[in-house]
Write a protein that binds this ligand. Structure first.
Ligand code: GTP
Ligand code: MG
Length: 480
């Protein structure tokens, strides 16, 4: 993804300083957001975040953790874009993939970090040679051919003799990558009535460069690292191939099953409060969510949610969660033109495999029933609160009530016929590729307009529990 992204945005080759600084600043935000992340190391377009050994973050559920970090990272990336590229428009929505690597001992962690930094060295040295050759007039394949099988030493000599570049003097940011860890700093939060500063300790991310981040000397200089992550007992050179293989392990989804990825807003209770979403349903907020789902379907045209495809699960959920999140931040202003986005939202994701068509439809029906139950409860609850009851009184009032009683309450006390409320609230939203050619705006079918091509992504608020829907739209879950 990032290769195309960096081409479209004309990043400098082989290294774009502003792009690297943007990534570093996003990673600093990740460190400050998640208390259990102790250390981060990154170069080029990747970053590794090391959690403290005793972390219980999300009960150590890999899917939640990896998707949440990718999602938050993406939100910060699009938020900070203009700070680092004031003259350049963000041309399209970035997404990031992530995975969890478990390191069972400090030695394994040390090997992992050494592996990433050795990759940084090798990668940067190759790219520096490659782009110098191309800039000096060689074609891409000529440059590739010349560099094939060359050793480190030969590359250094090439740079020195042909281009007068002493590799060792190139910026550390490019050669060594960047490390981040946290330091406690005292900060003035406000002043009291007498004008005295009120101070608070905050953990602030600090950036350093180091020749060897897996060296004992580097580790021993920073108590926060060895205290939370452990001591390195000796220095290492080459990383054991077995370790590398274990780091590259991919957890694939069960083949020949329906893969469902569900994402969920993280702490959206607070997010909805801070942004004063209407209760119980904020139509604009729901439409914003829908347009993000549309973007996911448009972007991942070649991810088949259909039968018989498997892929690495971490890649799927992190890519979807992060694309959804960056779309959310980018489109916020379209849906809330007069409301400022106060802080970056994040979404977590999980993937489940369903072995049969019937179980898949059961799953979808379960979600729609949940939507109905929640919406009916929330509609009653907020009407009661708005009519003067406290939240506890309203909860007690609704305890144990059935669907029919809730409908009667709405009708008799508030003159609301539940079944006439907007479908988007009662049914939720389905996003699908249309079979017929339709005209769409923001994912909504509009009549009386010139028809677009078929396969357009549309939003509908249909009843997906009834068989009829699936019989009318056999193409959605076709066995192709
Ligand atoms: P975690 O998912 O565990 O991080 O917590 P959460 O706060 O996101 O809660 P949960 O996912 O269980 O529920 C979503 C919450 O989002 C609801 O409880 C509401 O508070 C809020 N929410 C979602 N949609 C709307 C909306 O349209 N209007 C308002 N006012 N709140 C909403
Ligand atoms: Mg939530």
């Amino acid at each position: 993804m990032y290769l195309l992204f960096s081409q479209v945005h004309e990043f400098e080759k082989p290294n774009d300083e502003a792009a690297l600084n943007l990534l570093n600043s996003c990673s600093a935000a990740v460190l400050e957001e998640f208390p259990d992340i102790i250390f981060a190391y990154g170069y080029s377009d990747e970053y590794s975040f090391v959690f403290k050994k005793t972390s219980r973050f999300y009960q150590r559920r890999a899917s939640k953790i990896l998707s949440l970090v990718a999602s938050f990272f993406a939100a910060v990336y699009v938020t900070k874009w203009k700070e680092f590229f004031p003259q350049r428009k963000l041309e399209y929505t970035p997404s990031f993939t992530s995975k969890v690597v478990s390191c069972a001992s400090p030695e394994v962690l040390q090997a992992y970090l050494a592996w990433r930094q050795q990759d940084c060295h090798a990668n940067n040295q190759y790219e520096t040679c490659f782009w110098m050759l191309v800039k000096s007039g060689m074609t891409i394949s000529e440059a590739q051919e010349l560099l094939k099988d060359t050793q480190k030493q030969q590359k250094n000599e090439l740079l020195f003799h042909k281009f007068g570049i002493n590799y060792k003097t190139l910026p550390e940011l490019f050669r060594q990558g960047s490390c981040l860890f946290k330091k406690k700093v005292e900060e003035t939060v406000k002043h009291d009535e007498n004008g005295n500063p009120v101070k608070r300790l905050r953990r602030k991310a600090v950036l350093v460069h180091s020749e060897n981040i897996a060296a004992r000397s580097f580790w021993n200089e920073h108590p926060s690292l060895y205290n939370d992550l452990g001591h390195f007992s000796k220095d290492i050179g080459r990383v054991e191939p077995d370790f590398v293989r274990s780091f590259q392990f991919e957890n694939k989804l069960l083949p020949l099953t329906w893969v469902v990825v569900r994402i969920d807003g993280s702490h959206f209770h607070r997010f909805s409060d801070v942004h004063e979403f209407e209760k119980p349903n904020d139509e604009q907020a729901l439409k914003l969510m829908n347009s993000c789902a549309v973007a996911v379907l448009q972007e991942f045209e070649d991810i088949h949610f259909g039968y018989g495809v498997s892929d690495e699960y971490s890649k799927i959920i992190s890519a979807i969660a992060s694309l959804f999140t960056s779309t959310y931040v980018i489109k916020w202003g379209d849906f809330f033109p007069r409301k400022e986005l106060k802080y970056p939202p994040s979404f977590d994701g999980r993937a489940v495999c369903y072995p049969t068509y019937k179980i898949l439809l059961d799953y979808l029906a379960w979600r729609q029933v949940d939507c109905h139950i929640n919406n009916q409860y929330n509609t009653c609850f907020w009407m009661l609160v708005k009519s003067g009851k406290t939240k506890t009184q309203s909860q007690d009032y609704l305890k144990g009530t059935q669907t029919r009683e809730k409908n009667e309450l709405l009708s008799s006390q508030f003159g609301i016929e539940y079944n006439t409320l907007p479908l988007i609230f009662r049914m939720g939203s389905s996003v699908l590729r249309s079979k017929e050619a339709v005209a769409v705006e923001n994912g909504v079918v509009v009549s009386g307009k010139k028809l677009k091509r078929e396969g357009e992504v549309v939003v509908d608020h249909c009843n997906i529990i009834e068989r009829g829907f699936w019989e009318e739209h056999p193409h959605i879950l076709s066995y192709s």
